[in-house]
Design a binder for this molecule. Sequence first.
Ligand code: IPD
Ligand code: CA
Length: 253
Amino acid sequence: MIDQLVAVVGQAGAIAREKKELHAQVKAASDYVTDADKAVDSFLIQALPKLVPGRVFTEESPIVPGDYAGNTWVVDPIDGTTNLMYHMNFSAVSVALIVDGHLRLGAVHNPFTGEMYWAQAGSGAFLDGRAIRVSPVQHLEQALIGFEIGPGSKGQQEPVLRAVGAFHQAANGVRALGSTALDLCYVACGRYSGCFWDYIHPWDYAAGMIILQEAGGRVTQRDGREMDFQGKSTMVASNGWIHDEMLRLMDRP
Ligand code: IPD
Ligand code: CA
């Protein structure tokens, strides 16, 4: 099944890459949907239930899955829409399958670099066919740390900016690249050792989360609770070794 999912996500990526003229509509302040997002969304809504029958929960046509009973595809047709609009080549198609509340499959594909990440529960994580693992870094001072600051925190950005300052001091470097799904994959393959978000939705993290977990990493909310796949939440992801250190640092006033 994972092979078929990877093929479908690859086709979705080709649709995004081939859209040359991008018309963007404003959803909220600094939050956009383009015709690439819509074209990929329509394609995946058709294609995914043919692989495994179930509902499709996407950023662009959200249905609230509630308890996630049965099969639920969780889709961000383009994660990193603003990057797409500015030709940054750092955006991804992100698809996960949740079965009875448990993550089972995930695929994240950057159609501009060609990188394809995938994972199946219990079978490890892969980048372009090679098994990937998180970084062996055990202390923040050796770590490159990602973060994101989304449009939803405009006007209430102080906590995340404070955390950026703390990580700038404590870690080896900080970066904000603009795609949550790819950030999680970057932790999974050991480029980043950790990453944190001010707020995030299930479609942003579901696929990247199973890829990171299968690569040996850890994902929680900022207060240490498990992700709940409901509304928006904070998120901290790591190679596992530095997770508690990250949570402690973020907890400081
Ligand atoms: C966004 C990206 C970004 C995060 C934003 C998200 P979108 O997703 O994941 O990294 O900071 O909060 O909204 O809107 O490009 O799909
Ligand atoms: Ca999106």
